[in-house]
Design a protein around this ligand. Structure first.
Ligand code: ATP
Length: 496
């Protein structure tokens, strides 16, 4: 048990180290930092935005280009307000919250209880923690707010600010942000209220027929989309794990009613394989089936990854039935049906008109970013009996690394920068390269390790004689001598 404790504290230390690394090396900055930041809002820096874009491209390629029956769209963030009535978000997108009367701080009830359970675990009271979590799950499943408050009070769970147990009753709060559309009031003297989308999925549903008809898509088919989503998260902590403005990569797969179980299992497997294709160990992942299903789902699970803060959701797979399309049909009075002229073997007749069922895969881009950071961040002790040494290296899969190749002339003279520049010119149209001539070569290698650059080539005096350079491999630090003409080919073959 003592080991568990040290693991917990060293793991939270690890997350802190990753956060510092992200800031120091231009991956992630606190949003509006010069004004002391804005809670749960982050900006991606020069290398973070490259990494994010690479993750997005990797997802997009595997979900559209490699899936012949899935196409992508890019819908607007603002949607007609009735969209969110139809989707159920106006009435149901709530979280139970509780306020501490002394500090006035508001907590999401599940987060308050989970935080307490984490503290118990850190004190080696694992069984007690598990009991509270399972009690919470069953109370949440029944929407039993009185029971949840009793659980908080009976366990004397305190506010982290006031240190008291003086709690209000539990209430529901809607997580959607709203704003006003246009500058004029309507006939009733009200501004038109619109919401910032809390998920990208609805942009897909309202375009279902547009895409199906113009793309002549045949069921089963999917529509994919990446984009920003906004949620007024009350407990917004743990770095980019939970933000108020974040990005999702979602795909809605339209199927024949009655086939949802089979497709749900298929998409669970496909999405898990996508994660594993990045070389991440299977042990770091698990499925977590939902006990309490969302208002639209008949089955749902999360793909969880073992972050330094424990196993947490990175992606959701949801069997959404025909809930969304049916409701959009009802609210918009526009038919959302598909005519299926395939023959049903049971009746010998075409399946005919129906509202398709939907399997959704929904992954948070920022959570995937954090996952990759956690996976890649490695502190290595390189000390020898003669000398103490260490390095921090980000072992990203080369396809996702922000910079693929660093080109480094050994010295800033003797014509070496000119040769290095020619290598840059030859490669930079194909992948992201980085040129650097300042500092010792050792320091430059370390900086590239800290960005996760898989290859460094060094131009030295020998290059002038035989047109060869050394190529250094990030993870092994092994160096080979190769022909300049092979540089591009070697990098390209590693990043496909
Ligand atoms: P959670 O239980 O963590 O609040 P959720 O179940 O509400 O997440 P979904 O609505 O299923 O999440 O959204 C799909 C994905 O979007 C999640 O798996 C997650 O990766 C991402 N996501 C959701 N909320 C946030 C957020 N506030 N910040 C960053 N990513 C988020």
């Amino acid at each position: 048990m003592a080991n568990d404790n040290s693991k917990t504290s060293s793991q939270s230390g690890r997350l802190q180290a990753i956060i510092s690394h992200c800031k120091e090396y231009g991956f992630v900055f606190p949003g509006s930092e010069i004004y002391d930041g804005l809670q749960a809002v982050y900006d991606y820096g020069q290398w973070g935005s490259e990494l994010k874009k690479n993750i997005k491209d990797y997802w997009w390629k595997s979900m559209t280009q490699l899936q012949e029956n899935i196409v992508g769209i890019d819908a607007a963030i603002f949607m007609h307000p009735t969209t969110w009535k139809a989707s159920g978000h106006v009435d149901n997108f709530n979280d139970p919250m509780i306020d501490n009367k002394d500090s006035k701080k508001r907590y999401r009830v599940d987060h308050l209880i989970e935080g307490y359970a984490d503290m118990l675990k850190a004190e080696s009271k694992v069984q007690e923690a598990e009991k509270i979590l399972s009690d919470m799950d069953s109370l949440v499943a029944k929407d039993d707010f009185e029971g949840l408050k009793k659980l908080i009070v009976d366990n004397k769970i305190k506010c982290s600010i006031s240190g008291t147990c003086n709690w209000t009753d539990i209430r529901q709060f809607n997580l959607m942000f709203s704003t006003e559309f246009g500058s004029t009031e309507n006939a009733e003297g009200e501004f038109n209220k619109v919401y910032l989308r809390p998920e990208t999925a609805q942009g897909i549903f309202v375009n279902f027929l547009n895409v199906q008809k113009t793309g002549r898509m045949k069921i089963p088919f999917g529509i994919a989309q990446t984009g920003k989503a906004f949620r007024n998260e009350i407990v917004a902590r743990q770095f980019i794990f939970r933000m108020r403005e974040f990005e999702q990569m979602e795909m809605q797969f339209f199927i024949r009613p009655g086939t949802q179980k089979e497709w749900y299992e298929r998409w669970k497997e496909t999405r898990m394989n996508w994660h594993l294709s990045l070389g991440i160990s299977k042990d770091k992942y698990r499925f977590h089936d939902h006990v309490k299903l969302a208002h639209y789902a008949d089955a749902a699970c999360d793909i969880e990854y073992e972050f330094p803060i424990g196993f947490k959701e990175v992606e959701g797979i949801h069997s959404r039935t025909d809930f969304d399309l049916k409701n959009h049909q009802e609210y918009s009075k526009k038919k959302m049906q598909y005519f299926d002229n395939d023959v049903d073997p049971a009746t010998g007749k075409p399946y005919g008109n129906y509202i398709p069922y939907v399997i959704e895969t929904s992954i948070g881009l920022d959570r995937m970013f954090l996952l990759l950071m956690c996976e890649a961040y490695t502190e290595e002790d390189l000390s020898t009996p003669e000398k103490q040494d260490s390095r921090v290296v980000l072992k990203f899969p080369p396809v996702l690394a922000p910079v693929k190749l660093a080109v480094l002339p050994l010295v800033k003279k003797d014509g070496l920068p000119e040769i290095a520049r020619k290598i840059m010119d030859d490669c930079k149209a194909s992948f992201r390269c980085f040129y650097e001539e300042k500092d010792t070569i050792g320091k430059r290698y370390r900086r590239m390790d800290a960005l996760g650059t898989p290859f460094c080539v060094t131009v030295d005096q020998q290059t002038k004689e035989d047109n060869t350079v050394t190529i250094r491999h990030r993870d092994s630090m092994h160096q080979d001598r190769i022909a300049i003409n092979d540089v591009k080919k070697i990098v390209m073959s590693a990043i496909i």
